[in-house]
Design a protein around this ligand. Structure first.
Ligand code: NAD
Length: 530
């Protein structure tokens, strides 16, 4: 049973509250948004619809906590301790949180347990390790010999994290973890569809000893709550994960106040089977790449590139394996594929399926809703496979974000690479081959932030993750994540005044010392030498 922010109340509904300035609050205008269970379309609970006044309070609190609060001034090791303690609490509550994530996001419990709730604590703990890293380092300045340079990593300020619905808690950790590790204060806005585990994260961070006001969670629709946060001049950084179309709006709006803007956006990832691949392994990877979480992962391998002469064998293997997938209730450990997040999302995916048929692709599997009585009320779609897809079709170019695989064929590896790189996206890709050096050479040619060789969806918190092209700006995870949430300051000292007096003749004609060279500092000797 969860406590506080997401307590079950009347009729077993979850009534969420926001976490602002160290208090649990309802929306000041009393509005709340119903949150549905995608497995049956029923109301699971409500989350506050923040008013402009609530958003302002959240920014006030985060600003105050940054400008005058303790967190940015704490020693790195003390910040690290809070994040590690929070990671431990996440581990202790993993089972309950996995159930909540599964119900709210329609994620099969197996995936919520062994992916989301396994990675979230591990990654938060890693961000704790990053927090403990030294904030200062000396830099060699041989061009200004004898001078002293120190590079200081400082927090950016008030950071806003805007998260999508597909991996609600994990995405929250990827934003909140490095932002706090770097000493920032944070406002998180989860998706209006999946607010509950983010509220529990606030509870956990509070229990772990995070000073009040350092972290807030505001809930409500992106179009008003998200907009207000992005436009607020007192916010210094926005980290947004979501669709490329909303990412464009966020970037345009944040430009008004020149905010640092990190974007983790959509994808149309290519899963490339080379002619020498082990087809059993490659087709396992293709199924895993597209149907995990019903294809609702930004990096889902939605385009399968197959050598033309292996097309029939690959299709045969894919169909056998797809027919074995169990579409079912997220709460069952036997379920492989759960529902989509909403009726709206299902209709969007069905629209893509219709476009595939209309464009002349061959529908080999799926394409319909399951007719099992227990699934009839939920937002389910059967795993869908299209063959004979060409690069110009919508299902080959646009992000479907559902369980739809497009198979394209190629004649040469050059052609395969051209097709793989031929979209506006560049989030991820995979290469399947029994020849490691050949696979590496192809991986080097793929324009994507992550390239897997003979695997899919694997990630390490020690390595950066993000998009090329219109899949994003910036990186999450790895030490790079800390850099994204840090300002870098150069402190320069000229111990004996040598370089200052060498430079002064640039302005003061009568200053001592020889005139500087064209570069201003090399190889002019200091006054004592000259
Ligand atoms: P979305 O773009 O609709 O919404 C994402 C978030 O932005 C939500 O919290 C939403 O409320 C908010 N939002 C909506 N309009 C806004 C606005 N005008 N200003 C500010 N915030 C606004 O995306 P979604 O449907 O929640 O998630 C699916 C998308 O997320 C897919 O495109 C997927 O590829 C992408 N995604 C990317 C990554 C990645 O790491 N690159 C990871 C997960 C999901």
């Amino acid at each position: 049973m969860l406590q506080g922010a997401t307590d079950g109340t009347e009729g077993g509904l979850i009534e969420g509250r926001m976490w602002i300035a160290g208090e649990w609050v309802s929306a000041s205008q009393g509005r709340a948004t119903p949150v549905l269970d995608p497995s049956d379309g029923r109301v699971l609970g409500h989350a506050p619809h923040a008013s402009p006044e609530d958003v302002k309070r959240a920014v006030d609190a985060a600003r105050e906590a940054f400008d005058r609060g303790p967190w940015p001034r704490w020693k790195p090791k003390d910040r690290a301790q809070v994040l590690r303690r929070a990671a431990q609490l996440l581990t202790e509550r993993a089972e309950v949180l996995a159930q909540l994530e599964s119900r709210n996001a329609g994620k099969p419990i197996r995936q919520a347990t062994f992916f989301d709730l396994a990675l979230a604590p591990e990654h938060l703990s890693y961000f704790g390790d990053l927090a403990a890293r030294p904030q200062r380092r000396r830099v060699a300045q041989p061009d200004l010999e004898g001078s002293e340079g120190t590079i200081v990593r400082e927090p950016v300020g008030v950071c806003v994290g805007i998260a999508p619905w597909n991996l609600p808690l994990l995405m929250a950790v990827w934003k909140v973890g490095p932002a706090l590790a770097a000493g920032n204060t944070v406002i998180l806005k989860p998706s209006v569809l999946t607010p509950f585990t983010s509220l529990e994260l606030a509870r956990i961070l509070d229990e772990a000893g995070l000073p009040k006001g350092t972290f807030q969670v505001v809930t409500g629709p992106g179009a008003d709550v998200g907009n207000l946060l992005v436009a607020d001049p007192r916010v210094d950084l926005v980290s947004f994960t979501g669709s490329t179309s909303v990412g464009r709006e966020v970037l345009a709006r944040s430009a008004g106040t020149i905010k640092r803007t990190l974007l983790e956006l959509g994808g149309k990832s290519a899963n490339l089977i080379l002619p020498d691949a082990d087809l059993e392994r490659a087709t396992d990877g293709a199924i895993f790449g597209i149907f995990l979480h019903a294809g609702q992962l930004c990096e889902s391998g939605s385009r399968l590139l197959v050598p033309a002469r292996q097309r029939d064998r690959v299709i045969q293997l894919l169909l056998e394996k797809t027919h074995r997938l169990r579409v079912g209730l997220p709460r069952s450990f036997a379920t492989d594929v759960g529902p989509l997040i909403s009726e709206e999302q299902r209709k969007r995916v069905e629209d893509y399926i219709h476009s595939g048929v209309a464009d002349g692709a061959k529908l080999l599997a799926g394409g319909q809703r399951p007719d099992t009585p227990e699934l009839r009320r939920g937002f389910y779609l059967r795993p869908t496979i299209f063959a004979d897809v060409t690069p110009s079709m919508r299902i080959a170019r646009e992000e479907v974000f559902g369980p739809v695989l497009s198979i394209l064929t190629y004649e040469s590896v050059d052609e395969a690479v051209e097709i793989a790189n031929g979209t506006e996206y560049g989030l991820a890709a995979a290469v399947w081959s029994e020849n490691v050096s050949k696979a590496r050479r192809v991986a080097d040619r793929l324009r994507a932030g992550t390239v897997w060789i003979n695997s899919y969806h694997l990630l390490s918190c020690h390595a950066p993750r993000g998009g090329f092209k219109q899949s994003g700006i910036g990186r999450e995870l790895g030490p790079e994540a800390l850099d994204e949430f840090s300002e870098v300051k150069h402190v320069f000292r000229d111990p004996d005044g040598r370089w200052a007096s060498t430079a002064y003749p640039l302005l003061f004609e009568e200053a001592d010392g020889p005139p500087p060279t064209s570069t201003g500092n090399q190889p002019a000797p200091g006054p004592k030498d000259g």
